[in-house]
Ligand binder design. Structure first.
Ligand SMILES: [Zn+2]
Length: 145
Protein backbone atom coordinates (compact mmCIF):
# COMPACT_ATOMS: atom_id res chain seq x y z
CA UNK A 1 0.00 0.00 0.00
CA UNK A 2 1.63 3.23 -1.11
CA UNK A 3 2.12 5.91 1.41
CA UNK A 4 0.11 8.94 0.77
CA UNK A 5 2.24 12.01 0.32
CA UNK A 6 2.11 14.43 3.16
CA UNK A 7 0.55 17.52 1.77
CA UNK A 8 1.54 20.68 3.45
CA UNK A 9 -1.48 22.84 3.97
CA UNK A 10 -1.53 26.28 5.52
CA UNK A 11 -2.90 26.29 9.03
CA UNK A 12 -5.81 28.71 9.27
CA UNK A 13 -4.71 31.69 11.25
CA UNK A 14 -7.43 32.21 13.83
CA UNK A 15 -5.48 34.90 15.56
CA UNK A 16 -6.32 37.44 12.97
CA UNK A 17 -8.54 39.92 14.77
CA UNK A 18 -11.25 40.09 12.19
CA UNK A 19 -11.85 36.39 12.35
CA UNK A 20 -11.63 35.52 15.99
CA UNK A 21 -12.52 38.43 18.27
CA UNK A 22 -16.04 39.04 19.35
CA UNK A 23 -16.86 42.53 20.37
CA UNK A 24 -18.56 42.40 23.70
CA UNK A 25 -19.21 45.94 24.82
CA UNK A 26 -19.46 46.35 28.57
CA UNK A 27 -22.84 47.49 29.79
CA UNK A 28 -21.60 50.07 32.25
CA UNK A 29 -23.58 52.78 34.02
CA UNK A 30 -23.16 55.20 31.14
CA UNK A 31 -24.72 52.67 28.77
CA UNK A 32 -27.91 52.17 30.71
CA UNK A 33 -30.99 53.63 29.12
CA UNK A 34 -31.93 57.09 30.31
CA UNK A 35 -35.14 57.52 32.18
CA UNK A 36 -37.90 59.78 31.00
CA UNK A 37 -37.45 61.87 34.17
CA UNK A 38 -33.78 62.48 33.35
CA UNK A 39 -34.65 63.48 29.80
CA UNK A 40 -37.38 65.79 31.06
CA UNK A 41 -35.02 67.43 33.58
CA UNK A 42 -32.31 67.91 30.96
CA UNK A 43 -34.69 69.43 28.44
CA UNK A 44 -36.03 71.76 31.14
CA UNK A 45 -32.48 72.80 32.10
CA UNK A 46 -31.53 73.43 28.47
CA UNK A 47 -34.70 75.40 27.75
CA UNK A 48 -33.88 78.81 26.39
CA UNK A 49 -35.35 82.05 27.63
CA UNK A 50 -35.83 84.53 24.82
CA UNK A 51 -36.21 88.28 24.52
CA UNK A 52 -39.96 88.84 24.38
CA UNK A 53 -39.60 91.63 21.84
CA UNK A 54 -37.25 90.08 19.24
CA UNK A 55 -37.13 86.35 20.22
CA UNK A 56 -33.32 86.33 20.48
CA UNK A 57 -31.93 83.79 23.00
CA UNK A 58 -30.95 85.53 26.25
CA UNK A 59 -30.17 82.76 28.75
CA UNK A 60 -31.13 79.20 29.69
CA UNK A 61 -33.15 77.78 32.56
CA UNK A 62 -30.01 76.05 33.90
CA UNK A 63 -28.45 79.47 34.60
CA UNK A 64 -31.16 80.23 37.19
CA UNK A 65 -29.72 81.03 40.64
CA UNK A 66 -31.07 82.12 44.00
CA UNK A 67 -29.97 85.37 45.60
CA UNK A 68 -30.87 86.10 49.22
CA UNK A 69 -32.64 82.73 49.15
CA UNK A 70 -34.92 83.46 46.17
CA UNK A 71 -34.75 83.11 42.40
CA UNK A 72 -37.61 85.59 41.84
CA UNK A 73 -37.82 88.97 43.54
CA UNK A 74 -40.13 91.97 43.36
CA UNK A 75 -38.51 95.39 43.73
CA UNK A 76 -39.45 99.02 43.31
CA UNK A 77 -37.13 101.53 41.70
CA UNK A 78 -36.86 105.12 43.06
CA UNK A 79 -39.61 106.17 40.61
CA UNK A 80 -41.99 103.65 42.20
CA UNK A 81 -42.04 101.30 39.21
CA UNK A 82 -42.38 97.64 40.22
CA UNK A 83 -40.08 95.07 38.67
CA UNK A 84 -40.51 91.33 39.00
CA UNK A 85 -37.06 89.90 38.36
CA UNK A 86 -35.43 86.48 38.07
CA UNK A 87 -31.76 85.84 38.83
CA UNK A 88 -29.40 84.09 36.40
CA UNK A 89 -25.70 83.35 36.68
CA UNK A 90 -25.04 84.08 33.00
CA UNK A 91 -27.03 85.72 30.22
CA UNK A 92 -25.01 85.43 27.01
CA UNK A 93 -27.68 87.31 25.02
CA UNK A 94 -27.48 90.32 27.33
CA UNK A 95 -25.12 93.26 26.73
CA UNK A 96 -23.96 95.14 29.80
CA UNK A 97 -24.08 98.92 29.51
CA UNK A 98 -23.21 101.89 31.72
CA UNK A 99 -20.81 102.47 34.58
CA UNK A 100 -21.28 100.30 37.67
CA UNK A 101 -23.08 102.10 40.49
CA UNK A 102 -24.28 101.12 43.95
CA UNK A 103 -27.01 103.83 43.96
CA UNK A 104 -30.33 102.33 45.14
CA UNK A 105 -28.90 98.82 44.66
CA UNK A 106 -31.46 96.10 45.44
CA UNK A 107 -28.71 93.73 46.54
CA UNK A 108 -26.58 94.97 49.41
CA UNK A 109 -22.89 95.12 48.55
CA UNK A 110 -23.54 94.87 44.80
CA UNK A 111 -23.17 97.50 42.14
CA UNK A 112 -25.35 97.34 39.05
CA UNK A 113 -25.24 98.08 35.34
CA UNK A 114 -27.97 97.91 32.72
CA UNK A 115 -28.52 94.65 30.84
CA UNK A 116 -29.83 95.13 27.30
CA UNK A 117 -30.88 92.57 24.71
CA UNK A 118 -27.79 92.20 22.50
CA UNK A 119 -30.02 91.97 19.43
CA UNK A 120 -32.72 94.66 19.83
CA UNK A 121 -31.29 96.67 22.78
CA UNK A 122 -34.48 96.33 24.87
CA UNK A 123 -33.79 96.86 28.57
CA UNK A 124 -33.98 93.30 29.96
CA UNK A 125 -32.65 93.93 33.46
CA UNK A 126 -29.39 94.53 35.29
CA UNK A 127 -26.10 92.87 36.03
CA UNK A 128 -25.16 92.97 39.70
CA UNK A 129 -21.51 92.69 40.67
CA UNK A 130 -19.83 92.32 44.06
CA UNK A 131 -16.20 91.64 44.94
CA UNK A 132 -16.47 87.91 44.29
CA UNK A 133 -19.85 87.43 42.61
CA UNK A 134 -21.94 88.62 39.71
CA UNK A 135 -25.30 87.69 38.26
CA UNK A 136 -28.06 88.99 36.02
CA UNK A 137 -31.45 90.07 37.36
CA UNK A 138 -33.78 89.90 34.36
CA UNK A 139 -37.28 91.34 34.23
CA UNK A 140 -39.68 88.37 34.14
CA UNK A 141 -42.21 89.80 31.71
CA UNK A 142 -39.55 90.82 29.19
CA UNK A 143 -38.56 87.16 28.72
CA UNK A 144 -40.44 84.31 27.13
CA UNK A 145 -39.83 80.58 26.70
ZN1 LIG B 1 -34.39 91.54 21.89
Amino acid sequence: MPLLPIISRPIPDHRRPYSCYRLDLPGGVKDRPRTTAEDALESLQERQLLCKLCSAPVTRQKEAVSKNGLHEHVFFNPSGITFEIRCFLRAPGCSVEGEPTTAFSWFSGYSWQYGLCSTCLTHLGWRFTAANDSFFALISNRLME
